[in-house]
Design a protein around this ligand. Structure first.
Ligand SMILES: *Cc1c(COP(=O)(O)O)cnc(C)c1O
Length: 369
């Protein structure tokens, strides 16, 4: 990325000199790297500022392009706020939105989606992997439904890309959101995959201007960010299978270590249909707040990091939607493992959490045993 901040500072939209061409070539190389990560054609990649913008473009863009009656959209109660909030905004503007409920394992049943579809449904949005509980939704089955009815399928893949294989053809999606920093790239850059179809997929831009990104997203491109996104995508693609196996084994070691030290440990969401690097567990009989306060050198969280702009003590909407009582939801931790996580760190975290939970349970009068 570094040269594109300094020596190679050309504007990728400058067509008449070598400085612009160098920037454009770097952007196009990154577009190919990102496309390859998800099995897309480079022409199907629209660079954005991240998954929040990509989700907004997919949802609001599809609603705006829908001609005629107020559009109907279907999504799931456990989606990221970057999907739920644009849907709520659309509903204020007259769209109809159905939020379906997942099962207790966090998975949404294609039958539930099928029952929500109406003659006016223009788009279904179901995330590939949940950001709190890591569960992987049955996207190909949902795609079979939407395809047969000419409805667009969007999937927020911010958590899944680079961690599990993501192939837009195998998934059958029309729109897919990515963000670079969830796959070791820089913050503030992402992409929306937009399937090439004839006639062109109906999507109105959110940002009008110079007509960049095939008119879908105007504005001078963030060349260094895009270059970093491309490099990160290439590394993830090259290392994906062995990394997923290694990290999945560490995650299983963490769960086994916690269960070896404590009883009353419940995994939230399906453990089978799940990202390899995610573990979300609840501890019976502890106070949620004291759990986080006692863990200063282990970077865990309860719920999503994304609500941090407006912190609240409300339990996670995801845990609530899968039927977990509020007091148990508050006593949950989300562990995220990554490329640099070691077995020593897993053992340290398990020890630390184990002794903290034991201590809190001894203090808690609520715990009878
Ligand atoms: C992180 C995340 C987002 C938001 O990504 P930004 O880079 O903050 O725009 C959206 N959806 C999911 C599932 C995420 O995990």
């Amino acid at each position: 990325m570094t040269p594109y901040f300094t020596d190679r500072f050309g504007n990728a939209a400058s067509r008449h000199h070598a400085f612009g061409w160098a920037a454009r070539d770097a952007v196009e190389a990154a577009r190919r790297q990102v496309a390859r990560l998800i099995g897309a054609d480079p022409r199907e990649i629209c660079f954005t500022s991240g998954a929040t913008e990509s989700n907004n473009l997919a949802l609001k863009g599809a609603a705006a392009a829908a001609a005629g009656r107020p559009p109907h959209m279907v999504t799931v109660a456990t989606e990221h706020r970057a999907v739920l909030d644009p849907c709520r905004r659309l509903a204020e503007g007259g769209a109809r939105v159905t939020e379906v409920e997942p099962g207790p394992d966090g998975l949404v049943s294609p039958d539930v989606i099928a029952r929500a579809l109406t003659a006016d449904t223009v788009l279904v949005s179901v995330m590939l992997a949940n950001n709190e509980i890591g569960v992987l939704q049955p996207i190909p089955e949902i795609a079979a439904l939407t395809r047969s009815r000419g409805i667009l399928l969007h999937s927020d893949a911010a958590q899944a890309a680079g961690r599990v294989p993501v192939d837009v053809e195998a998934l059958g999606v029309d729109l897919l959101s990515l963000t670079a920093h969830k796959l070791y790239g820089p913050k503030g850059v992402g992409a929306l995959y937009v399937r090439r179809r004839r006639p062109r997929l109906p999507l109105a831009p959110l940002i009008d201007g110079g007509g960049h990104e095939r008119g879908l997203r105007s504005g001078t491109l963030n060349v260094p960010g895009i270059v970093g996104f491309g490099a990160a995508a290439e590394i993830c693609k090259a290392e994906l299978e062995p990394e997923a196996a290694r990290i999945g084994a560490l995650r299983d070691r963490l769960l086994a270590a916690l269960r070896g030290r404590l009883d009353g440990v419940t995994v939230n969401g399906s453990l089978e249909q799940r990202l390899p690097h995610n573990l979300n567990v609840s501890f019976d009989g502890v106070e949620g707040e004291s759990l986080l306060v006692g863990l200063d050198d282990v970077a865990v969280s309860s719920g999503a990091a994304c609500s941090s702009a407006s912190p609240s003590l409300d339990p996670s909407h995801v845990l609530r939607a899968i039927g977990i009582p509020d007091e148990i939801a508050r006593a949950s931790l989300r562990f995220g493992l990554g490329r640099w996580t070691t077995a020593e760190e897993i053992d340290y975290a398990a020890d630390k959490v184990g002794s903290l939970v034991t201590r809190l349970r001894q203090l808690s009068p609520a715990r009878a045993s």
